[in-house]
Design a protein. Structure first.
Length: 227
C-alpha cells in the first residue's frame, strides 16, 4: 500500500493516476473485427474460411483490440519496460471481451499454449510476457495451461520491422513439440495458442503446424491485439 502511495500507477498513455490503462484512453481504441487467420479477410466469429482451411491451418483466430493507442503502449511497456504488474490490467480488460465471445465460449476441453520466447530474451526481460498473460487468462476460464508444450528450437530475429515474407522465413521451423508431451492423448484437446500481437500471423501459423502434425485436431489462435 505504501508503495502504491509513493509510486501510484499511471495510465501508460495519458499518465492519469489510478491504473496503467484508463477508461478514457481505452475508449479510443477500437475492438478488432473478426477475420480469417489465413486470408485476413472478414470472417464470422474469426472462423477460418472453408476455402482457406487446410490440414495444418488454424481453425480460427480471436483478436480483442486493434494494436493502437493505450493498448499498443501497454503491450510495449510490458515487453520492453518490464512492467510485469501491467499484465493484470491487460488481462482483466481482456476478460470483459472474451467472456462474451462466442468462439471462445464454444471451445471445450481447452489447453492454452503460449508462444515460447527465445531464452536470451526471456532472461533479459526476466519473464515471458505471453506466458504471464496466458496463465492468467487460462486460470480465469478454467482452462488447462501448458507453458512448455511448444519449444523454440532456433534463435529468431524479432519480427518487428520485418516484411511478410521475411517474417514467414524467420519463424520457419522455429518450433517443436516438447518430447515429454509427444505421447499425450491429443485428439480430444482443443488448443488455444496465445500471443500478444497478430501482424501477418506467421508465428501462430508455424506453431499451429507443429501442433497439428503431432495429433492436435483443433487449434485456435488468441491475441490481445491485431496490428
Amino acid at each position: 500500500m505504501l508503495f502504491d502511495f509513493l509510486f501510484p500507477k499511471r495510465c501508460v498513455s495519458c499518465q492519469k493516476k489510478g491504473g496503467y490503462i484508463c477508461k478514457s484512453c481505452l475508449y479510443l481504441v477500437d475492438k478488432a473485427s473478426p477475420f480469417c487467420p489465413v486470408c485476413l479477410e472478414p470472417s464470422i466469429d474469426g472462423v477460418t474460411h472453408f476455402k482457406c482451411l487446410k490440414k495444418l491451418s488454424l481453425d480460427g483466430i480471436v483478436a480483442i483490440w486493434l494494436y493502437r493507442g493505450v493498448i499498443r503502449k501497454a503491450i510495449l511497456a510490458l515487453k520492453y519496460k518490464f512492467v510485469s504488474d501491467l499484465a493484470r490490467d491487460l488481462v482483466s480488460l481482456s476478460l470483459l471481451s472474451l467472456k462474451d465471445n462466442y468462439s471462445v465460449s464454444s471451445l471445450k476441453n481447452v489447453i492454452l499454449v503460449p508462444i515460447p520466447l527465445n531464452k536470451k530474451r526471456s532472461n533479459w526481460r526476466g519473464f515471458n510476457q505471453t506466458e504471464l498473460l496466458g496463465r492468467m487468462i487460462a486460470s480465469s476460464f478454467g482452462w488447462k495451461f501448458c507453458s512448455n508444450l511448444l519449444l523454440r528450437k532456433k534463435f529468431t530475429k524479432p519480427q518487428t520491422g520485418l516484411g511478410k515474407d521475411e517474417r514467414r522465413k524467420n519463424v520457419k521451423d522455429a518450433f517443436a513439440i516438447n518430447p515429454q508431451f509427444a505421447k499425450i492423448k491429443n485428439d480430444s484437446l482443443e488448443v488455444v495458442i496465445f500471443d500478444d500481437v497478430f501482424t501477418t500471423g506467421s508465428t501462430l501459423r508455424e506453431a499451429c503446424k507443429v501442433l497439428k502434425r503431432n495429433g492436435f485436431k483443433t487449434v485456435w489462435g488468441l491475441v490481445l491485439a491485431k496490428s
